[in-house]
Design a protein around this ligand. Structure first.
Ligand SMILES: N[C@@H](CCC(=O)N[C@@H](CS)C(=O)NCC(=O)O)C(=O)O
Length: 302
C-alpha cells in the first residue's frame, strides 16, 4: 500500500523523500488536490503537523513531519533492497554527520540568502553577506572532501547524498550561478553526477542552473519580519517624540522599601483565609506607600 505524503508541488524537502523511496522501492503518493496555503491550514492538517508545514507523511502506524525524519523513515522501510544507511556503525554515524552538515551548514545559509532575495525577509546587506560567507565556508569544506570522494560515505549512494543533493538543488536552481559554483569544482562534479543518476533524475527531471542571482527586491514585503535595525530619522518632523508619561509616573516617589517589606506571593492569595487577609491589609496600611492616599483599590480584601 502506498504511503501518502501531503505536499503541493514537490519542493526540495519532498524530493528527499521521493528519491529515497525510489532507492528502496517504497511507493509514496502525493495527493493531487493539495493546495498550498489552503490544505495545510485545515484542522485535519494541523492535527498532523501543528506548524502547518509540508511535507507530512501518513503511514498506517502514524504521522511523521520534518522532511529529514520522513526520509529516514522511508529509507529504513526496506533495508533488504538497498541500505541507504551504510553497512557499519561508523558509516551510519558519518551518514548522520553529513545529514546534519547538509541541513545546518548548507541549507540554513542558503535559505537565509534565498529568503532575502525572494523578499520573504527584509533585505539587509550585512545579513546577506554573512549568509553567503557561511555558505561558501561550508561549500569549501565540502569541496575539499569531495576532491577525493565520489560519495559522502562509502562507495555508494546513501541518505546523506540524497539530502545533500536536494539541499544543493535549491542553490543551483535559484541562487548559485556558474560563476559562484566554479569556485567549488568538486561540488559541481558531485552535484551533476548525482542528479543524473536514474533514481534522482526520475524525480528531479531536467534541471538548469540559474544564470542570475535574483535581484534585490525593491519593495519591502509586508509579511516579512520587522527589522532589528533602528529607524533612520530622515527629517526633523520624524524626530522621536518623548514617550507620554504613565499616570503612575506622576505619583511622588514611594517611601516603601521593598527590601524591608514582606514579599507576598499574590498568586497564592486565598480570599477565604481571614488571617491572611488581615496580614495583607495590615502590610498595605503599615507602609502607606502613597502618603495617606488609598492605594488604588489594592485593599482588595476590605
Ligand atoms: N524543516 C521542515 C521545513 C518545512 C517547511 O518549511 N515547509 C515549507 C514549504 S518548503 C512550508 O510548509 N511552509 C508553509 C509555512 O511556513 O506556513 C522540513 O524539513 O520538513
Amino acid at each position: 500500500m502506498a504511503l501518502v505524503m501531503h505536499v503541493g508541488k514537490p519542493n526540495k524537502n519532498a524530493l528527499k523523500v521521493l528519491i529515497a523511496a525510489e532507492y528502496v522501492g517504497v511507493e509514496v503518493k502525493c495527493p493531487e488536490n493539495f493546495e498550498m496555503g489552503v490544505s495545510n491550514k485545515t484542522s485535519e492538517f494541523l492535527k498532523m503537523n501543528p506548524l502547518g508545514k509540508v511535507p507530512v507523511l501518513e503511514t498506517p502506524d502514524g504521522v511523521i513531519f520534518e522532511s529529514n525524519a520522513i526520509a529516514r523513515y522511508v529509507a529504513r522501510l526496506k533495508t533488504d533492497t538497498c541500505s541507504l544507511f551504510g553497512s557499519s556503525p561508523i558509516e551510519y554515524g558519518q551518514i548522520e554527520q553529513w545529514i546534519d552538515f547538509a541541513s545546518l551548514e548548507i541549507d540554513l545559509n542558503l535559505l537565509a540568502w534565498l529568503r532575502l532575495r525572494f523578499g520573504l525577509d527584509n533585505y539587509v546587506a550585512a545579513v546577506e553577506e554573512a549568509s553567503i560567507a557561511a555558505l561558501k565556508r561550508a561549500l569549501s569544506a565540502l569541496n575539499i572532501y569531495l576532491a577525493s570522494h565520489n560519495f559522502l560515505v562509502g562507495d555508494d549512494v546513501t541518505l546523506a547524498d540524497i539530502i545533500m543533493i536536494c539541499n544543493l538543488y535549491s542553490g543551483f536552481r535559484f541562487m548559485m550561478t556558474k560563476t559562484f559554483t566554479s569556485e567549488f569544482p568538486h561540488v559541481e562534479r558531485y552535484f551533476w553526477t548525482m542528479v543524473n543518476q536514474p533514481n534522482f533524475s526520475k524525480i528531479i527531471g531536467d534541471l538548469k542552473q540559474t544564470e542570475v542571482v535574483p535581484p534585490i527586491p525593491s519593495k519591502t514585503n509586508p509579511y516579512a519580519k520587522p527589522k532589528d535595525e533602528p529607524k533612520l530619522v530622515e527629517n526633523e518632523d520624524e524626530t522621536p517624540k518623548p514617550k507620554a508619561k504613565n499616570r503612575l509616573d506622576l505619583l511622588p516617589p514611594s517611601k516603601m522599601n521593598l527590601d524591608d517589606m514582606e514579599h507576598y506571593a499574590w498568586t497564592k492569595v486565598d480570599l477565604s483565609d481571614e488571617i491572611q487577609k488581615e496580614r495583607v491589609n495590615q502590610m498595605i496600611e503599615d507602609h502607606e506607600p502613597f502618603e495617606g492616599k488609598a492605594l488604588l483599590d489594592a485593599k482588595c480584601f476590605k
